[in-house]
Design a protein around this ligand. Sequence first.
Ligand code: FAD
Length: 453
Amino acid sequence: MPAVESKDSAEYGETVRGLFWFRNDLRLHDHPLLAEAASECDELLLLYIFDPRSDEDGTCGFPRRSERRKSFTIQGVEALRASISLRGGELTTQIGLPEEIIPRLMSELKIETLYASREIGTEEEMVVQRILQNTPTIRFKTEFSGSLIHPDEFPFSLENTPEVFTTFRKSVESALRINPPIGEPSFRSSIASKSEMPAIPEVSVDKRAVLQFEGGEAAALSRLNTYFFEGDHLRSYKETRNGLLGADFSSKLSPWLAQGSLSPRLIYSEIKRYEGERIANESTYWLFFELLWREFFRCIALKHGARLFLGLRKPGEPARFDHALFAGWCRGETGMPFIDANIRELNATGYMSNRGRQNVASFLVHDLGLPWSSGAFYFESQLLDYDVASNWGNWTYVAGVGNDPRRDRYFNILKQSARYDPEGAYIKTWCPEAAHLFPPELFNPSLYISRNP
Ligand code: FAD
């Protein structure tokens, strides 16, 4: 029908159309780039792409993403779809390669501008470069959306990021500028294309999990409120943060931060609100301090790019890779109860405490003598909160090939078990075969091994 065709053409001429590609930024709140797209475009295609490469096998032979994290991501996308639809918009979801899907959609729908958050990882950035090669004439707008502090607002340039955390922190705190979070955008009109979704993998639910994590913005905001205000746990965070059991020894916000369904600036503004309404103490400062660690590793990852995956200092590499030893570590069958308990928790739930992560990493590198990167790949596969900068930054740190000014840091696992799990309650939760043992026997690997041949 010619009349309709000419009307459409006229509309294309007048209407500003954009494509907003959601990546690890699955939220509507505090999203300046999304707000910019919504205000600039008369019609916006809101798109999420499930890239099958995320589920391929990685370097060490296990999948790059566990079924559990895949399920958490799908929940996050479904929650985003629901929020957008409540605001009268529509989220298009497709399965395939972004460098093929985005150029095709932009050409078919005559879209001129692509908006996408800037990711920290080098692989994610390479995908963007391929899109731009395949669509050389488009306008491209990008911005970091997962940072507490905008990279332009550090008192140093990214290339000059201090290599030591304390120097970084003092410098940042001396000129602290954190922009307040912004509200949700309203979409004038959204356009949509055919949608497809991967099947949600069936994942087991373990009653021992610290929390039943559910992906998406609503669950993230609810956890933030529960931890800070309903439960009033923030006031004692510094004392409890090295805990191992239960939902509230730490914030458990990391999985939502990693999928971008929670803005770190919103967390910061909620810390300030809590300090105003309840109490400002060492604990309220300490949560901010930990967010600065996250920020530090983001800057380090941007500064060093792909070198992060090789280690920032020359490692003394182990002479050989012992597959059986590594497989035992991955299964939580090393014979060292505290290590096994932590790895089993990770395998069953996708979460492990910070104390546990430091111990199992140190044990893999310094006691088993395995390459640190094998552990980092395993964490990448299993963690619900996998984040390229935090994971690889922390692994290089513990292995002595990263940003730790002390190169000889070593965790004595027996002392750590006795200090952080004095009654053995944590070990017994995850290693039922140790139920009949009591400290100090419970921590002793030789006894444990002899009773578990
Ligand atoms: P909380 O104690 O409540 O801390 C609040 C927030 O601060 C966290 O959500 C996180 O965003 C940030 N934070 C806290 N500690 C660190 C830290 N050491 N480095 C960077 N940020 C921190 N964290 C991830 O988010 N993703 C990872 O892939 C990851 N891999 C790690 C690997 C190793 C070997 C180690 C030692 C640590 C790793 N961490 C990682 C950091 C830390 O263990 C987790 O952020 C924390 O345990 C998450 O639980 P929480 O949200 O309750 O933390």
